[in-house]
Design a protein around this ligand. Sequence first.
Ligand code: OFO
Length: 174
Amino acid sequence: MISAKMEKALNDQINAEAFSAYLYMSMSAYFKSCNLPGFAHWMDIQAQEEYIHSRKFYDYIIQRGGKVKLAKIDAPETEWASPLAIFEAALKHEQYITSRINSLVDLSIKEKDHAAGIFLHWFVTEQVEEEENAGGIIEQLKLIADSKSGIFMLDRELGQRLPPAAGAQAAAGA
Ligand code: OFO
């Protein structure tokens, strides 16, 4: 069993991850409207990953005998000034999610909930990758600056991003 406090905190995180999916879907739609299909594809894959994150919390709550309580998802932004502004917003959002995961780990320690602590370790590692991904693209966008051919090349590169399951297999060398 999980405590009522942990159950509430994990349910809140389902909502935060679902909002992440919504945010990246909105960013993808914006890139589509700018005729940048590769950037849009990258954000679509990101949104799929976020859905998987929300499901991990959903499944864990049920596995531990808790009750899943889904809540309303806030509306994300729909307009940004540039590709750089979008990725800066994505990085800021990921840093916020990292702080939430860290608070959940703190709660697991406070409550001596070792199972939750182990479950949350995957997210601690994932957040390192999430911040690195967004930060890396920000660096590339800063180098490209206003170069249209640079944006075109990066769009092609981001369009190669593999979907979550295939990406995990490739990383494992399968
Ligand atoms: Fe972007 O890692 Fe979940 O929210």
